[in-house]
Design a protein around this ligand. Structure first.
Ligand SMILES: [Zn+2]
Ligand SMILES: [Zn+2]
Length: 322
């Protein structure tokens, strides 16, 4: 048989002040009478100090208990029970406050804020009416959240469908316009191929663009790819790429401006809806050598024409003729 043993770790200072010579480990064997004097709560509390040491069943650290006596042990257990009780009551009070705030929330915030977490130890101390209300409201809000998500998803689907429909309508209108144009202006071959659904869309678009820009036959169209930057540096190798860009022109020299004006006047006379704006086209190497790299820069007029539902853009050089 073995009796219940509690190991105390005595602090030397406390031992001295208590008029004792021994400090350090002290084992207290409890008698039946002593265990009988502990309340049920105190016994349960003692269980929380359970140890796996061979010397003792329970260990209480030295800073917790200076006196190695049964009376000190009993009052220590009572005080820790009381402290825990106070802590739990305080936690429950704070949680009730939080739960009430949560219940009072309105609007979207209420639906996205989760219920404050309720731990098992505190749950028993909460006002049962409040707890029931929180549970009921939690279920309600969860359902509302799901409903909102469903509604939102439905609305998004509707918007997407509408967008897809509009895009399909746009494409259909373009295809219809292209077919009508070819039937009226296309070559014999284009008409035949259209009838057999064998006319490439790109070819038809190119013919329409040439037709649309026929008024500009005196001007040379340019493309960004035509710009050829150079670099004299030996370091400019195969990995060097070319950066190309078109920006609205910030300023035009006198002769360039005169050419722009003439082109714009001609465009407006031939195609009143055409938009004509001056731009700066540029291309440069990414190697970017201070004195070796020579970017290619060109002032041009950007002409935008709408032909039915089709938009065409071409650039015309404003460079002086060589
Ligand atoms: Zn380069
Ligand atoms: Zn370079």
């Amino acid at each position: 048989m073995q009796s219940v043993t509690v190991q105390f770790e005595l602090d030397v200072e406390n031992a001295l002040m208590e008029g004792r010579a021994q400090s350090g480990t002290h084992l207290l064997e409890l008698t039946d009478a002593e265990v009988g004097k502990l309340t049920e709560a105190e016994r349960k509390e003692l269980l929380t100090f359970k140890s796996s040491s061979e010397q003792a069943n329970f260990i209480i650290r030295k800073d917790k208990l200076p006196h190695p006596t049964f009376e000190a042990l009993k009052s220590y257990l009572a005080s820790t029970i009381e402290k825990r009780e106070q802590r739990d009551v305080e936690q429950a009070r704070k949680l009730e406050e939080k739960l009430n705030q949560w219940l009072e929330m309105t609007g979207e915030g209420a639906y996205v804020t989760p219920v404050p977490y309720i731990t098992d130890t505190v749950r028993d101390r909460l006002n049962p009416d409040l707890l029931a209300k929180v549970q009921e409201e939690g279920t309600k809000r969860q359902k509302a959240r799901a409903d909102i998500a469903t509604l939102r998803k439905k609305a998004e689907e509707k918007i997407k469908k509408e967008k897809d429909r509009q895009e399909a309508d746009k494409q259909a209108a373009k295809a219809k316009y292209i077919a009508e144009w070819v039937r009226e202006h296309g070559t014999r071959s284009q008409k035949d191929r259209l009838a057999e659904d064998l006319l490439p869309r790109s070819e038809a678009l190119e013919s329409i663009a040439n037709w649309a820009f026929s008024a500009f036959s005196d001007y040379a169209p340019v493309e960004l790819e035509d710009l050829k930057p150079t670099c004299k540096s030996d370091e400019c190798g195969e990995s060097c790429e070319t950066e190309r860009d078109i920006k609205p022109a910030k300023g035009l020299r006198e002769t360039t401006y005169e050419r722009f004006k003439a082109l714009r006047a001609m465009a407006n006379a031939a195609l009143p809806d055409a938009a004509v704006e001056p731009v700066l086209m540029s291309a440069k190497h990414t190697c970017d050598h201070q004195d070796g790299c020579k970017p290619a820069i060109m002032s041009a007029a950007k002409v935008t024409i709408m032909i039915g539902p089709l938009q065409f853009v071409r650039h015309y050089s404003l460079k002086e003729a060589d």
